[in-house]
Design a protein. Structure first.
Length: 279
């Protein structure tokens, strides 16, 4: 790795540090609205993950990039990691590799850790595709010969499929990276097949909050249960009227931010809602 990844910064440098990790992989930029909201109380860093070119991208590449970013911080306490989807998976991979450098983790709409939950995700996704949308998706290769543009358009088309009742349909994406998406995800699946993840998460010492929508095709309870043996400190919160992007959902967007800000302000130490870890 010869060049540092780009990082967007928000908020006051005097505030506690929150690092936002986008999903995809290969779909940077869309967490900017979350960053701007959190910037009222925190110094927020939004790393735009490395794009493809040269050697294939791996989970280790992304972890090393994140370590380089955090090594440059001048902060009296470890930063808090907030990851969405693939970014939540990267947050866990980083915290397992460098457990002393993380204050807490918030996993928003976390991705899958085994074939069983991936099958369930695919079943839920397919069940929501109506015939017109299936036809539009089938035409994407013809209509968008550039794979990066095709990845962006795929995300735009399936946003309602992954959601419940959106208050905002806009995801401010930068240039997508289809090759980086395939390389990074392929390496993650390989590591799972070899038994590296989620077992490596036994090394994570920071408190962990998992925020999930019941209408997200990603099966939250199954994902939680696959992590629980390795993360006894995991707190789980699920909203019924919520999909994959809680900050866009009409019913829960304010509650999502309140819950997340409360967790971050407390450093993850007072995060469990009344009623226990699985409200």
């Amino acid at each position: 790795m010869t060049e540092r990844i780009r990082v967007r910064a928000y908020g006051s440098p005097e505030s506690p540090v929150v690092v936002l990790l986008h999903g995809g992989p290969g779909t940077p930029g869309y967490l900017a609205p979350v960053a701007r909201r959190l910037a009222g109380s925190f110094q927020v860093l939004e790393p735009l993950q490395r794009t493809s070119g040269g050697a294939p991208l791996t989970v280790a590449t992304h972890v090393a990039d994140l370590r380089a970013v955090l090594d440059e911080l001048d902060s009296p306490s470890p930063p808090h990691l907030v990851g969405h989807s693939w970014g939540a998976m990267l947050a866990l991979a980083y915290a397992a590799a460098h457990p002393a450098t993380v204050g807490s983790l918030a996993l928003v709409a976390c991705g899958t850790w085994d074939r069983r939950s991936r099958r369930r995700l695919e079943e839920r996704y397919q069940a929501r595709l109506d015939p017109p949308l299936r036809r539009r998706l089938a035409r994407l290769r013809r209509d968008y010969p550039d794979p990066d543009e095709r990845l962006r358009e795929t995300g735009r088309l399936i946003l309602p499929v992954y959601s419940h009742q959106l208050a905002d349909h806009h995801l401010p994406l930068e240039r997508c990276d289809d090759r980086g998406h395939r390389e990074s995800w392929g390496d993650m699946v390989r590591l799972q097949a070899e038994g590296v993840y989620p077992a490596a998460f036994a090394a994570v010492r920071a408190p962990v909050l998992m925020l999930h929508g019941a209408e997200d095709p990603h099966p939250g309870a199954m994902i939680r249960d696959s992590l629980a043996p390795w993360l006894p400190q995991l707190t789980y919160r699920e909203w019924p009227a919520c999909g994959h992007y809680p900050w866009l959902e009409r019913a829960v967007r304010e509650e999502f931010f309140e819950r997340l800000e409360r967790w971050l302000a407390a450093g993850g130490l007072a995060a469990a809602a009344p009623g226990g870890a699985r409200p």
